[in-house]
Design a protein. Structure first.
Length: 108
């Protein structure tokens, strides 16, 4: 994984054939974190060119519906707010979203 190892990113995953981005996010969060979410609205699409691949990431604002955070595929997770969102080392593709969130009412 090289430069990405140890970096933090927002949860999500790959969209399967004939699946919407919203449905993929709901499925991935359930599979990886054992949480049920509701997709409130689309935020933006991030396009980022890493050295070995291109990332196209649809980003959404979501609400937690139910569940207790359980790490299925990940080594660590944290709930972050405006005060501590900069306490982790974000992967390059996620930095723009972090900045957008820090400057929005979503973090209040």
């Amino acid at each position: 994984m090289g430069i990405l190892k140890g970096g933090w990113e927002f949860p999500g995953g790959k969209v399967e054939h004939k699946e919407s981005s919203e449905c993929a996010l709901i499925r991935e969060i359930k599979e990886e974190l054992n949480l049920e979410i509701y997709v409130d609205y689309y935020l933006e699409t991030v396009e980022y060119e890493y050295p070995k691949f291109h990332l196209s990431m649809d980003c959404f604002v979501c609400s937690l519906v139910s569940g207790d955070l359980e790490l299925v595929d990940h080594m660590a997770a944290r709930w972050l707010d405006r005060k501590n969102i900069d306490t982790v080392e974000w992967l390059p593709a996620d930095i723009g979203i972090v900045e957008k969130l820090k400057n929005s009412v979503l973090m209040d």
